[in-house]
Write a protein of this length. Structure first.
Length: 145
């Protein structure tokens, strides 16, 4: 049986479509983070970037996201050092740490809803930045990174 590309190629060897297909669409990296000025601790909020479609957990303008949201992450194999900031369930982080994809990943189960059913995506609890005043963000902290 032929092994899938993520088992035979390193991250830097993957074609663009293979690389993009690793994103499971959890939306976790689209949640706004706050950094404490004094301790530099980073906190995750339940507030999602204004471009995230909360229902589908997909970016509403992925092609132009970097122009529209300057702080949006552009993940590339060269930035592997930054992957530690991604959630532990993120395929880019898992593969960069030599781990396996998790069972609900769309590439494994061929079901785009599995990630929502497994409670990994943010669609059940995220609120859009469009409805939250920036001064209220600290009231939406859900965890420390
Ligand atoms: S955390 Fe990883 S898998 Fe989830 S949306 Fe972001 S890049 Fe994709
Ligand atoms: S621009 Fe799109 S991909 Fe980037 S953080 Fe916002 S919703 Fe996520």
């Amino acid at each position: 049986m032929e092994l899938p590309f993520w088992k035979t190629k390193s991250l830097s060897e993957m074609a663009t479509n293979e690389w993009e297909s690793l994103c499971d669409g959890c939306g976790q990296c689209c949640l706004i983070k706050l950094e404490d000025d004094e301790t530099f601790d980073v906190y995750v909020t339940n507030v999602a970037c204004r471009l995230l479609d909360i229902e589908t957990c997909r970016c509403r303008d992925y092609e132009h996201r970097l122009q529209r949201v300057p702080i949006c992450l552009s993940l590339t194999p060269e930035k592997v050092d930054e992957f530690k900031w991604l959630p532990e369930t993120c395929a880019y982080r898992l593969l960069s740490e030599g781990k396996e994809l998790l069972s609900w990943h769309p590439l494994l189960c061929n079901n785009n809803n599995a990630i929502h059913e497994a409670g990994i995506s943010v669609c059940d609890f995220a609120q859009s930045e469009e409805h939250i005043h920036p001064d209220q963000l600290h009231e939406h902290v859900i965890e420390k990174m």
